[in-house]
Design a binder for this molecule. Structure first.
Ligand code: FAD
Length: 378
């Protein structure tokens, strides 16, 4: 018995596809509706901590993910300047336990492709060019879902895994929205110099944080975190020029990154946000998870991990209980909200210390404390 037989999911990001895999594996009929015409083929990389890797294993996708990424342990801190000296080598907490690496970098495109393949193999139907546009809640036991304006049918549950600007969140009347935290990030996807074998961060210099993470034998992503600027409408050439200029204070592997930028690597820009929707995340038979429910500056690289944990806990409850009732929602919120909130608060605090130029703050202690918390299963 499962608590649901037929589920609609808005959004094919990590939270939506992880939910689809778990539900479809348990025999639930799943329709994933994604407004984009296809998976994005362009994108940067992502850093996945052990607690995210543990969820991939539960999905049955770990072997494919491990093969497509670059596992590593530890974090190096370097100083600005032409030689980019390593000033600290920090150990990592294995937040997924001893069976998984502390962290892994991988190209976002490959992560999305693997999860899509697993969702389809499990039996979920994934529809692109399909925007969830409205809903009609049925008296307590279902929800009619409208896609591109037409009814797609009545479902036992709609999962709104539709990201930061969630339309499902609006449709169920939740008005908490992501707020900018005052930082923006330049990212580029480049080749990996042989001496980059783990994430490295540079504090000091013209931007708040410069850094990079290996994503494969031949690839890594690099980033510069700056005071948020209005970069809307900027040309590709101008984006590359700014990333080149702002990175000139950093030597070492940054010389190779600049060579790739000069050879045409694309630079993209995004603002950081933060928010946590207070409980409950559901209204009747509609629930939001992932970035729809919470977002944070990626200062501890836990955003996607938290969306994966939302999906894992929600689908565990839906597939092991007989009914969708208040006790299911109570357990879901008790297991997910404090944990997601702790990540958002710690990530935002780390970002704020950077903005304030606070060099005395115990950043290491905060990062260690949150990692210890994440090491407990969700
Ligand atoms: C700069 C930056 C760096 C980051 N780095 C990391 C990192 O290293 N590690 C980490 O763990 N996290 C990181 N994160 C966070 C991570 O990227 C997100 O938390 C995660 O991708 C969110 O996944 P999601 O499935 O909730 O939403 P999304 O990935 O945003 O997916 C939502 C999907 O829903 C679709 N959609 C929207 N509206 C509708 C609709 N009405 N109908 C149908 N479909 C719809 C969208 O097209 C989209 O495909 C970073 C975030 C940022 C901004």
């Amino acid at each position: 018995m499962t608590a649901v037989n037929k589920v609609a999911i808005a959004g094919s990001g990590v939270a939506g596809l992880a939910s689809a895999i778990q539900l479809a594996k348990a025999g639930v009929a799943v329709d994933v509706f994604e407004l984009k015409p296809a998976l994005s083929t362009r994108g940067s990389g992502i850093s996945l901590q052990g607690n995210a890797l543990r969820v991939f294993d539960a999905l049955g996708a770990w072997d494919d993910i491990r093969a497509a990424g670059y596992p590593f342990e530890g974090l190096n801190l370097r100083a600005p300047g032409p030689d980019a000296p390593i000033v600290a080598e920090l150990p990592d907490v294995k937040t997924g336990g001893p069976d998984y690496p502390a962290a892994m970098g991988m190209p976002r495109v490959e992560l999305a492709t693997i999860l899509l393949e697993h969702a389809r193999a499990a039996g979920a139907r994934v529809h692109f060019d399909s925007k969830v546009t409205s809903i009609d809640a049925r008296a307590d036991d279902g929800v009619e879902v409208f896609v591109n304006g037409d009814s797609a049918g009545v479902y036992d549950l709609l999962i709104g895994a539709d990201g930061l600007n969630s339309g499902v969140r609006d449709l169920i009347g939740i008005d908490t929205k992501p707020e900018r935290n005052g930082m923006g990030i330049w990212r580029t996807f480049v080749s990996r110099p042989a001496d980059v074998v783990r994430s490295e961060l540079y504090y000091g210099g013209p931007v708040y944080i410069a850094g990079y993470t290996p994503t494969g034998e031949d690839s890594m992503y690099a980033f510069l975190v700056e005071k948020a600027e209005d970069r809307i409408g900027i040309s590709d050439e101008e984006a590359t020029r700014i990333m080149l200029d702002e990175s000139r204070a950093y030597g070492g592997p940054w010389n190779d990154i600049r060579a790739d930028l000069e050879a045409g690597a694309h630079a993209n820009y995004t603002w950081f946000t933060k928010h946590v929707v207070p409980a409950p995340w559901n209204r009747g038979r509609v629930v939001i998870i992932g970035d729809a429910a919470h977002s944070c500056p990626p200062t501890i690289a836990q955003g996607a991990a938290q969306g994966l944990e939302d999906a894992f806990v929600l689908t565990e409850l839906l597939t092991t209980r007989d009914h969708v009732d208040e006790s299911l929602w109570d357990e879901f919120h008790a297991r997910r909200l404090p944990r997601a909130q702790a990540v958002v608060e710690a990530s935002s605090q780390l970002a704020q210390w950077q903005i304030d130029g606070n060099r005395e703050a115990d950043a290491g202690g905060l990062i260690f404390g949150i990692a210890q918390k994440m090491a407990q299963p969700a």
